[in-house]
Design a protein around this ligand. Structure first.
Ligand SMILES: *Cc1c(COP(=O)(O)O)cnc(C)c1O
Length: 395
């Protein structure tokens, strides 16, 4: 039986092994492990790749979000608008600064934060005060919007940026899944808002050999603030006007990422090719369920944008049953994410309840990630589609 793991990074390692191992050896020989030439080189190469003026390498995507919030001086008494349908770190980072995450529902087509829902929330629940937007129910100051470019597709940034400008809000893009993602006219994720936050967790399109991340910005002053906060706020060293943390990226990780960056566009093309294969094969399988209804809804790639397919997400009927069926056939799948953040136990204090964000809840119940990594063979992709077809159309 064909075996199709959700992700297999060994094939990728085989491709870069002879290039990356001597580089690791050379970093070890230099014993320069902290903020060395590879960190500087990576920051320059990645900021250029992302269309931003400045890049600040950090210890993880989570720390990128935390550092961005700290640099924008967001904390106690402040509130940040974001999506409840995302990885935990998005709202976790907001809460860790002492600020309050405030959720607005998603667009069911793209799974990204809905600008319409955001505007409705502001119109219905907020008042324009002397010092900016106030959330009437809590008295908190709304300071920022944190859209997430989920699965590798850009959130609809134009209306979100317009709302931010209208109300004096900062924008932090959670671009953890979106390295090289393009919004309209080739504008890259992370280059649009005040700060872009990237993750190089191994399962992201550009993955380190461990944890790493990056903040991008067009603003030299914000970039400098993040560089200082990255080293405990010390400037000069051992003199602290502000309290930062240790948010440094490792030199070893930077060296690995510089090698991988050269291959990234090729790998992204591989993912896009696999996504196109699935799209065609599912269309051909005609898994309809009556008039206008499909039992497998393939991803909606917004025309004119570049989707990098960190994940290929289908919306399906009988999701959990299908997942078990595929597991038995040695096909790896995952649910990103099964519990929307507004109903997570740790956020009970925010006072949300099930039913508050129906599109996020429906997405959490219906979506399934299929294997999409670039090294998959067509035979494996075909086996995935054939297995799903068999589940819905038993012969
Ligand atoms: C991966 C991810 C993060 C966190 O990145 P880490 O590097 O794992 O800390 C944050 N937000 C989203 C949307 C992610 O997918």
């Amino acid at each position: 039986m064909t075996n199709v793991p959700l992700l297999d990074l060994k094939a990728q390692f085989a491709q870069i092994r002879t290039e990356v191992m001597p580089l690791i050896e050379s970093v070890c020989a230099s014993q320069q492990f902290i903020l060395g030439e590879h960190v500087r080189g990576l920051e320059e190469e990645l900021s250029r790749y992302c269309g931003s003026e400045h890049g600040i390498g950090v210890s993880s995507g989570t720390d990128a979000l935390l550092l961005a919030l700290m640099a924008l001086e967001i904390g106690s008494g402040d509130e940040v608008l974001t999506s409840p349908f995302t990885f935990f770190a998005t709202a976790g980072a907001i809460a860790r600064t002492g600020a309050r995450p405030v959720f607005c529902d998603i667009d069911p087509l793209t799974f990204n934060l809905s600008a319409t829902a955001l505007q409705l929330f502001i119109d219905a629940e907020c008042t324009e005060g002397e010092h900016g937007l106030v959330h009437r129910a809590t008295g908190g100051r709304i300071k920022a919007i944190m859209p997430v470019h989920l699965y590798g597709q850009s959130a609809d940034m134009s209306p979100l940026m317009a709302i931010a400008r209208r109300h004096g809000l900062r924008v932090i893009e959670d671009a953890a899944q979106a390295i090289g993602t393009e919004y309209q006219n080739g504008t890259r994720a992370g280059s649009i808002g005040d700060i872009g936050c990237f993750s190089f967790f191994p399962s992201k399109n550009l993955g380190a050999f461990g944890d790493a991340g990056l903040c991008t910005t067009q603003d030299a002053e914000l970039a400098e603030r993040m560089r200082v906060l990255r080293v405990h706020g010390g400037k000069p060293k051992y003199y602290h006007a502000v309290i930062g943390g240790n948010f440094r990226i490792d030199e070893l990780q930077a060296a690995v990422l510089r090698v991988k960056l050269k291959y990234l566009d090729g790998w992204t093309e591989g993912r896009q090719r696999n996504a196109a294969f699935y799209d065609r094969a599912f269309a051909k399988a005609e898994l309809g369920a009556g008039v206008g209804r499909k039992v497998v809804v393939t991803p909606h790639a917004v025309p004119g944008q570049r989707h990098i397919f960190n994940q290929y997400i289908v919306r399906v009927e009988r999701r959990d049953e299908l997942r078990k069926f595929l597991t038995d056939r040695k096909i790896g799948t995952e649910i990103y994410y099964p519990v929307p953040l507004h109903v997570q136990e740790c956020f009970a204090y925010l006072g949300y309840k099930a039913g508050d964000f129906p599109e996020s809840e429906r997405a959490a119940a219906e979506t399934l990630a299929l294997p999409i990594y670039p090294e998959l063979a067509e035979e494996q992709l075909a086996y995935v589609v054939a297995s799903i077809t068999e589940f819905f159309k038993p012969s």
